[in-house]
Write a protein that binds this ligand. Structure first.
Ligand SMILES: [Zn+2]
Length: 376
């Protein structure tokens, strides 16, 4: 199983702010933009030292600190750059990074926020393009070659936070629509994510927005069934009935019985093979799943259903994608073949174009075949 450390992966469910590492937080704590009291800085340092032993309450403290630390454009760029670099160092070849744009009065607008993220992705590509130009010059394929040389392909999902209300979501969508008039931004923005506190607003209120996302030909990933409550099943039923979702975030209680009745939603998901984004550590830390042994990943794996193992918030929950894949192997008692199958299904579940998927698959499997051949 040690071989998985030589494999390359895809990360499909990573929130930018929750993915910010301890190292980046420590770097930003000392900047003038942070403007935090000495007491808060000391408290945060001691929480960061707890690593994966942090309580849920301590994780929430980090979340609220991150809100303060991302109050300037320069810090957003630093965070985006560091998160992409760290995923790349963790053998991630394809990353879908999601983030909720916000307005900070006197500092930046939602549009500035999204542009800061996109410009950072673009900057990484420019660095790579320069590297490619030094070796060969073929303008038609330069962008593709640049992504290959940097070792990571990044696409962005813009998040809609359901706890902020429908007006805020329409505003975000309007900005996304305008930004996609720029061909480079259009290439990077692949979809919309719907996230946020599941107990706040009903997702049914957001149906017109989800329909509009479809009209814009963007992909949709929606956090669904994070709670075992009838309202969560009703929301999912409506979204499935209109075929509005391309991937399900968590789906923690999707395969569970509600009030003694078996939900037929699970049959819809199985029949349509709607992929699930599975984030094991996040589920256990947040208490929606008791432990690894009772995690729903095993149930879906036994149904041969497409799943993608993801981190959710690697920084806050102190995990890595490699760690999550090890946990997956433990949960399903899996072997190398199971990991390779999961990698293959998660490429299929990605929001890349068909030819990009085939290209990525070929690169990864050629590489992994060499690793396995050399080791056996
Ligand atoms: Zn999430």
């Amino acid at each position: 199983m040690y071989l998985i450390f030589f494999f390359f992966f895809q990360e499909l469910h990573a929130h930018l702010s929750g993915s910010i590492s301890d190292e980046t937080i420590l770097k930003l704590l000392g900047t003038k933009d942070a403007s935090l009291s000495e007491d808060i800085i000391e408290e945060m340092k001691s929480i960061l030292k707890m690593k994966d032993k942090r309580s849920l309450e301590e994780c929430f403290k980090i979340f609220s600190l991150l809100h303060t630390l991302t109050n300037s454009i320069s810090n957003i760029k630093t965070c985006t750059y560091d998160v992409i670099k760290e995923f790349s160092e963790d053998n991630v070849w394809y990353l879908e990074l999601r983030s909720t744009p916000k307005n900070v009065i006197g500092s930046y607008t939602k549009e500035d926020y999204i542009k800061a993220v996109l410009e950072t992705v673009k900057l990484l590509m420019i660095i790579s393009i320069k590297a490619v130009l030094k070796t060969k010059c073929n303008s038609l394929y330069i962008h593709r070659e640049a992504e290959k040389s940097f070792g990571i392909i990044v696409r962005i999902l813009i998040s809609i936070d359901r706890s902020r209300g429908v007006e805020d979501a329409w505003d975000t969508l309007k900005i996304v629509k305008e930004l996609r008039n720029n061909v480079v931004y259009k290439k990077y923005i692949r979809g919309i994510d719907v996230s946020g506190n599941p107990s706040k607003e009903s997702l049914l209120e957001y149906l017109p927005i989800l329909r509009e996302v479809r009209e814009m030909e963007l992909k949709l990933a929606v956090h669904l069934l994070e709670l075992c409550e009838s309202v969560a099943f009703e929301e999912a039923a409506e979204i499935f009935s209109e075929g509005l979702v391309d991937r399900i975030g968590h789906g923690t209680f999707l395969n569970q019985k509600l009030s003694g009745e078996t939900s037929n939603l699970v049959n819809v998901v199985l029949e349509r093979k709607i992929p699930l984004e599975i984030c094991i550590t996040s589920n256990i830390k947040c208490g929606t799943v008791k432990d690894l042994a009772s995690h729903h990943v095993n149930w879906w794996k036994n149904k041969d259903h497409p799943i993608a193992i993801c981190t959710d918030d690697k920084g806050v929950f102190s995990t890595t994608l490699s760690d999550e894949i090890c946990l997956y192997c433990k949960a399903v008692d899996g072997d190398i073949q199971d990991v390779m199958d999961m990698i293959s299904t998660s490429i299929e579940a990605s929001f890349l174009d068909e030819n990009e998927k085939q290209d990525l698959k070929q690169r990864i499997f050629n590489y992994m075949k060499n690793v396995v051949d050399e080791a056996t």
